[in-house]
Design a protein around this ligand. Structure first.
Ligand SMILES: Cc1ncc(COP(=O)(O)O)c(C=O)c1O
Length: 377
């Protein structure tokens, strides 16, 4: 049967290239791969509040927000986020993936041009594909290259510049101040994906605030509630007019069931902790700096940019898998990241530090990398 042949052939090739993926339940390992930067995904405070309030929260939403699934708790969450991100309005969506795909395809038409960083997240790439806009890829965080491309692109439509705030695999922070200047100069809209910046930089408010910029009508901030917020779902914050437009045009908001009120309750409570406990952010940034410096001193190829994401470049997928397996035997979970998540030749261990890690955890991890250096490098 051709169909099974097709599946088998593809899987065989994935395995031969050391790119085979399996989902595994992680047990009894210290997780240095999670995006739970602030240690909120399992926090007792929110659990206790949830138990107290559970009788007033329905388990599911029952319908899309546009039919009968819009709830008081979602409204509260959206109001909290709008205030936190200093925008007029906010819409909460099922996930970050859905937010990017829905936002970009709702906004950009065939007359428009989207300028996108070459290392933007897959959900941005898919959103651009789904829109009919012209796509122009600029070199990673390269302002010169972007300006050249803006200068040389004529359109009667709208120009969008879109970037991750903190890049998910590199951990570097986009030059939002310079991108904003270009957006002003070339009359473009700037879309920032704060998936990894929310809770981490700019007093927790994200990458725009990291550069001490204020939101305005030229800027759209999206982000996810599933990483530092430790919950699930996503948000888009901007002007009243933008959110009104998205409510009417965004297919991943209209044609999908609303998030569960329980999930929105968790997001709201965790966001309150995130906003009120800056020590979480400070601790995690200090600890990741300490880890990165030590790994660098051991001679590893480290990319560290002052965020909880540290990339240890192995180049080949084989080496990334070998290191990851050794770490597992020693009690650590660090996922090997391989193409197509990162470009060919850039396989790595993506190490993430969390508020839940102790200094001892990190010291033990450094010792294990010292072993790796001696035994495997
Ligand atoms: C930069 C970026 N944007 C969007 C997403 C998607 O967010 P979610 O996991 O909520 O779908 C991710 C998640 O991996 C991400 O890293």
């Amino acid at each position: 049967m051709d169909f099974f042949n097709f599946l088998e052939k593809n899987l065989k090739s994935i395995k031969e290239n050391k790119l085979y993926r399996q989902r595994k339940v992680i047990k009894d390992l210290i997780d240095f791969s999670s995006n739970d930067y602030l240690g909120l995904k399992n926090n007792e405070k929110t659990k206790e509040k949830l138990l107290k309030n559970i009788k007033n929260l329905s388990l599911g939403s029952g319908a899309s927000t546009h039919i009968s699934g819009y709830t008081e708790i979602q409204e509260k969450l959206e109001n909290f986020l709008a205030k936190f991100k200093e925008t007029e309005s906010c819409i909460v969506i099922g996930s970050g993936y859905m937010a990017n795909v829905g936002l970009i395809s709702a906004l950009a038409t065939e007359k428009d041009v989207i300028f996108s960083d070459e290392l933007n997240h897959a959900s941005i790439i898919d959103g651009i594909r789904l829109s009919k806009a012209k796509k122009v890829i600029y070199k990673h965080c390269d302002i010169k290259d972007l300006e050249e491309k803006l200068k040389n692109t004529n359109t009667k439509g709208i120009k969008y510049i879109i970037t991750d705030g903190i890049f998910s695999m590199e951990g570097d922070i986009a030059p939002i101040d310079k991108l904003y200047n270009l957006a002003e100069k070339y009359d473009a809209v700037l879309i920032i994906d704060d998936a990894h910046s929310t809770g981490v930089v700019g007093e927790g408010k994200g990458s725009l605030f990291h550069y001490r910029l204020k939101p305005n009508n030229r800027i759209i901030q999206m982000g996810t509630l599933s990483k530092a917020v430790g919950s699930y779902g996503a948000y888009i914050c901007g002007s009243n007019l933008l959110i009104e437009y998205l409510i009417n045009k965004m297919r991943t908001a209209i044609f999908t069931t609303a998030l569960s009120p329980i999930q929105n309750f968790i997001s709201l409570e965790n966001l309150k902790i995130l906003a009120n406990e800056p020590q979480r952010r400070k601790y995690v940034l200090q600890l990741s700096k300490y880890l990165a410096e030590n790994l660098k001193n051991l001679g590893f190829d480290i990319r560290y940019f002052g965020t909880p994401i540290i990339s240890l470049i192995t180049k080949t997928p084989e080496k990334a898998l070998k290191y990851s397996e050794y770490l597992k035997q020693k009690g650590f979970f660090i996922q090997a990241i391989r193409p197509p998540t990162v470009p060919q030749g850039k396989s790595r261990l993506r190490i993430t530090v969390s508020y839940n890690h102790s200094k001892i955890d990190v010291d033990n991890l450094i010792d294990t990398f010292e072993d790796i250096k001696r035994k495997l490098k």
